[in-house]
Design a protein around this ligand. Sequence first.
Ligand SMILES: Cc1ncc(COP(=O)(O)O)c(C=O)c1O
Length: 400
Amino acid sequence: MLELLQDPLKAIEAERSILANYYRKRDIVFTRGWHQYLWDARGDMYLDCNTGYGVAFLGHCNEKIVTAITEQARRLLTCAMTFYNDARAKFLSTFSKLLPPRFGKVVLQNSGTEAVEVALKAARKITRRRGFLAFTGSFHGRTLGALSVTGNTKYRRPFEPLLTDVKFGKFNVVNDLDKLVTEDLAAVIVEPIQGEGGVNPATPEFLRELRRLTQERGVLLIFDEVQCGFGRTGYTWCFQHYGVEPDIFTVGKPLAGGLPIGVTVFSKDIGDVFEPGEHGSTFGGNPLTMAAAAAACELFIEENIPERVREISGYLVRRLEETVTGSRYFLRLKGLGLMIGIELRQSAEPFVDKLLREHKVVALSAGGTTLRLLPPYMITRKDVDEWLIPALERVLEVRK
Ligand SMILES: Cc1ncc(COP(=O)(O)O)c(C=O)c1O
């Protein structure tokens, strides 16, 4: 480990020699993180607006979460779901404080994809119907089920045939919905704000009409909040911004402060979906993740994270409007809260690369042409004014 730390090239070689080639890698070795910052093996500091695809929204190595993980690691790491566990109980009771009254039961998983799988399985079981409606530009995960409802054909094509009873509608096209929401559907699945697809918010009319039609036709409505949920948009759940509630929603990414988690949340009227044995997960609900997630939920409440997000994102968006809108590459600003997309007239990847190499800002792209920023909630006005905005002005060649 020390040897790898001293020589970043060795770490790169070690990964390259054995890790299958399923990610386009950037040759930086990150070894340490604290709140909104990362450090590489050479000791260079970075501003993190990527946060591991949106996971470190509560910051890297947040003290409260690290303490909870450390204490739990000394007591108990694993506990079969057939037994009760104090860390799990603590998470469930803290998490339930964040749920609107309509919601009751949850299923515990290890990733966003798995939470989506559970939602799809449950919808089939509850309705005894087979079909799903999903939308263009959507992303719901990479397992065969979640992939079947993911809109991007590039991700789906090599693995077809997938689930056969899936239709895709055009995202945000309200007029098509009456024909698409048919009575053979088990569920409609939609992200209130598409993340991977380009930081595209649903319009209120679109979600409202989906709610009306699904209710009328006995179809379940699933909101995938894996990326947009848990405070990131300035609301605890993104659907609260719209005033439209689903029957089922999924949570993941930041919920355990950096440890793997996925949760499927069901409305009370659905009740217990599965009989014992019909569904399970060896690691889902493990005490270590539960202790981290309980601490994350406590922190969420103590710090009033949605309000913090609204405050700093209001400032950040104002600064973006004053600056990057003057770039010849700029097309539009999209998103809500700290889920921000800067849509460009061309591929965003070269700009993500330049931000990283020349300005030590870690960002990501979405939907090809959108530069995506998913910073932690504690990003400061100083980070914005002295680091992020000057970096964006340089890479986007904003004329002053
Ligand atoms: C909306 C949405 N759903 C599901 C997933 C899959 O989550 P995971 O990668 O944790 O399996 C993602 C991941 O980016 C996502 O953005």
